[in-house]
Design a protein around this ligand. Structure first.
Ligand code: NOJ
Length: 771
């Protein structure tokens, strides 16, 4: 009966959706029948009048172009009044009154900034991440916007690449569940709801594979690597219903993504069944010329043919497609198809019913930076911090005594939000100094800046391109350090707040040297030399090299860039109001020479022996292969232990899942939350498999002394890999199962994968040879 009812509900739903689609098709077809080709091509044009400074060129003569029907969408402006003004030009002054779609880089919050995405991913908490995205959508939509250029789901294994700050780290599974959560958070159940925004998954695809971590650099990888390790998060975002996707700057198999038909049509549309809108990245269409793909008219035709619908800023479509149509280089069908997808997106967002549906001054006044939103940002930020070291329970700190609060980021409003906080106001953020004052009123603070964020003039100049984040002082480095050391000498404990400026990561912010800048390293060394206990609070948009720090500093708390409520959230954790629970979503190398380093690596034929004595192994003469902090790592003020694994059955087969059970115990002195992580290894396969792959995780709250049983269900779908025919397959044979609080420290069990084969006796299984 229940099954029958479910089928009825599904059929009704399908029927309803079909009817909706039919209505939309009719509407769009009717509208398109009135459009000239110029107007159709105009819809493919996405402009920015400037405002948000996210690229090196801005569109010209925007108002006139809107009037002439030569613009489909606009990004870069915010505020219901400003957005309304632009919409009025389109709706009142253009011939067919087609509304514009308004977008922006809403990346980690809109006005209320949440932690940078890399920090958010360290919460391993999809409910929390969905909620953060929902708040961002409510704020952005109250501010006039209908379209967020996010989530950025590029898997990355190279921390030199500045854009690791915008993604969810190195793992395809974690990246996938987070991508889906963000899409759900932005889009809700129905884009007609005016508190939603349409997601734009980016950057399709593989942008995170840039060689040498150098921004916009070449990407080259096998199809197997793409499909198994890099593409899953894009697919997950699309399966979650993302309305749009942005092509990336890089090439794939030698063809730039923006003009890559295999990517944009064969894979995205035909295999993945994506029916939304594909937009280029900022002038990525025009950049195909520099890639060496031909002149503007050739590459515009190539991109349209590949499956690109909308051209961001570059106006290649706007200026060449009409002629290309006359010359037969593109077809009417291709232009119509792209135009239809853009109009459909507007229809889905309810813009034809009410072009001003997201421009509401009252809602904006109530929603933007509201107390509730700030509270959520504070709680989320505290959960994103990763405790990297805590010797002798140095943390949490007492709410009494004297703290030397030192460092260029300790009392620094400008750098709390991190990169891509386009609509965020740094002046509305909370510094670490203010946070400590708010949370621990009785603590006596001795403040000293101690160093500039960086002294290297080239680094300072390049970091400050979008606004002054590093303001070097005229005092000498020695004088600044001396002041800090004097403060430390009078204090019970030193809290050193160091790291990167906000835009030392993000777009166009690759670094070849990912240590803390030298000026601050010198300060830290001087502070450690005082003999006082030192707590290092780090601001960073990427994994850093922290070997020296790990060897010499008592406690290290990685705060990433926490957003508007930075200082409050940091103080909450420093003083034990929240017990840190973040886990790394990206490996921290021991040394720059190990990069790229990631946990789901292959074993090789001569695996690392780890004993430092053997020759002819895949290792280095001068350092270990092990990272400083592995993927999944993160301490707590308490300790968690993992009991042995029991499997419901030693064998798994299709349709025969296995339950993995074990007990996790809080053996320390604080209540806290642990993230139990389950990894597998496929011991024999037709294509070599990594030594570990994350397949499941679960967050468990444990009071001190408490034990809980954690269970995971594994199916053969979880054991699939991409074979040489580029198919996801389950291959029977031996598997290892690992569970632990990070990817290194795990308990393990053996599991045998068998082939499900029905025999005459119902449900019996038989072991099959593997090949
Ligand atoms: C270029 C960036 O790569 C992309 O992420 C962003 O959405 C666009 N600029 C628009 O600002």
């Amino acid at each position: 009966m229940k099954k029958f009812l479910t089928i009825v509900v599904v059929l009704l739903n399908v029927g309803f959706l079909r009817a909706q689609d039919a209505k939309m098709n009719d509407y769009v077809s009717k509208l398109m029948s009135q459009m000239t080709n110029d107007e159709k091509i105009g819809q493919l044009n996405l402009v920015t009048p400037g405002g948000a400074n996210t690229g090196s060129v801005v569109s010209k003569d925007v108002d006139n172009k809107i009037r002439q029907g030569r613009v489909g969408g606009l990004f870069g402006i915010t505020g219901p009044d400003k957005v309304r003004q632009a919409q009025e030009i389109a709706v009142k002054d253009s011939r067919l009154h087609i509304p514009l779609i308004f977008g922006l880089d809403v990346i980690h919050g809109h006005r209320t900034m949440f932690p940078i995405p890399l920090g958010l991913s360290c919460t391993w908490d999809t409910v929390l991440i969905e909620k953060a995205a929902r708040i961002a959508a409510r704020e952005a939509s109250a501010d006039g916007l209908a379209w967020a250029f996010s989530p950025m789901v590029d898997i990355a294994r190279d921390p030199r690449w500045g854009r690791v700050s915008e993604g969810s780290g190195e793992d395809p599974y974690l990246g996938s569940v987070i991508a889906a959560a963000v899409v759900r958070g932005y889009q809700g159940k129905d884009l007609r709801n005016t508190e939603t925004v349409m997601a734009c998954v980016k950057h399709f695809a593989l942008y995170g594979g840039a060689e040498a971590g150098r921004e916009y650099n070449t990407v080259d990888m096998s199809r197997i690597k793409m499909l198994q390790y890099y593409l899953p998060p894009y697919k997950a975002a699309i399966d979650a219903g993302a309305g749009s996707i942005m092509s990336s700057f890089n090439e794939i198999d030698g063809i730039p993504a923006t003009g890559n038909r295999w990517l944009l049509t064969d894979l995205l549309r035909n295999q993945w069944k994506f029916n939304g809108l594909v937009v280029s990245d900022y002038t990525s269409l025009n950049e195909m010329e520099a890639h060496g793909m031909g002149d503007l008219s050739t590459i515009s035709a190539l991109a349209l043919h590949a499956g690109l619908d909308m051209d961001m800023v570059g106006e290649g479509f706007l200026t060449t497609l009409k002629k290309s149509l006359q010359e037969g280089k593109v077809s009417q069908k291709e232009i119509d198809q792209a135009c239809r997808r853009i109009l459909e997106a507007k229809y889905k967002l309810g813009l034809f019913s009410d072009p001003y549906n997201r421009m509401n001054m009252e809602r904006a006044a109530k929603e933007l930076l509201s107390g509730d939103n700030r509270k959520a940002a504070r709680e989320t930020a505290a959960r994103s911090f990763v405790l990297l070291k805590n010797d002798n329970h140095l943390l949490p700190l007492k709410k009494s005594g004297t703290i030397a609060l030192v460092g260029p980021l300790a009392d620094n409003l400008r750098n709390m939000l991190g990169t891509w906080s386009v609509a965020g106001d740094p002046m509305k953020s909370v510094t670490v100094m203010s946070g400590i004052k708010n949370v621990a009123r009785d603590v006596h603070i001795l403040y000293a800046k101690g160093a500039n964020i960086a002294d290297d003039s080239m680094l300072v100049k390049r970091t400050n391109t979008l606004g002054i984040e590093i303001e070097p002082e005229s005092r000498t480095a020695e004088a600044m350090i001396a002041e800090a050391v004097a403060a430390a000498a009078q204090a019970d404990v030193v809290v050193a707040v160091l790291g990167e400026a906000a835009d030392m990561s993000g777009e166009s912010s690759s670094r070849s040297d990912i240590r803390i800048p030298e000026s601050q390293e010198n300060l830290l060394k001087a502070l450690v030399n005082t003999g006082k206990p030192v707590v290092l609070v780090l601001f960073n948009g990427r994994p850093l090299i922290l070997k020296w720090e790990n060897d010499h500093v008592g406690a290290i708390l990685d705060a990433w860039f926490p957003g508007t409520e930075a200082g409050n959230a940091i103080a909450d954790v420093l003083f034990g109001q929240y017990n840190p629970s973040g886990k790394l979503s990206m490996t921290f190398p021991l040394s720059q020479g190990q990069i790229p380093i990631y946990y789901n690596a292959k074993n090789t034929g001569r695996p690392y022996a780890g004993d430092g004595n053997s020759k002819f192994k895949s290792d280095y003469l001068d350092i270990s292969n092990d990272p400083l902090y592995p993927f999944g790592y993160g301490l707590s003020y308490t300790q968690f232990t993992y009991g042995p694994i029991t499997l419901s059955t030693p064998e798994i087969a299709a349709g025969r899942p296995v339950t993995v059970r074990l007990t996790v115990t809080n053996t320390g002195n604080y209540d806290g939350e642990e993230t139990a992580q389950l990894y597998i290894r496929d011991m024999v396969a037709t294509v070599t498999q990594p030594v570990k792959e994350l397949k499941k995780f679960q967050k468990v709250w444990l009071n001190k002394g408490e034990s809980k049983e954690v269970t995971f269900t594994l199916t053969t779908d979880d054991l699939k890999y991409v074979n040489s025919d580029l198919k996801w397959v389950y291959d029977p044979g031996a598997f290892k199962i690992f569970v632990g609080g990070n990817s290194r420290d795990v308990v393990q069990a053996d599991l045998m994968g068998i082939q499900a084969r029905k025999t005459s006796t119902k449900g019996t299984m038989e072991k099959m040879p593997r090949n």
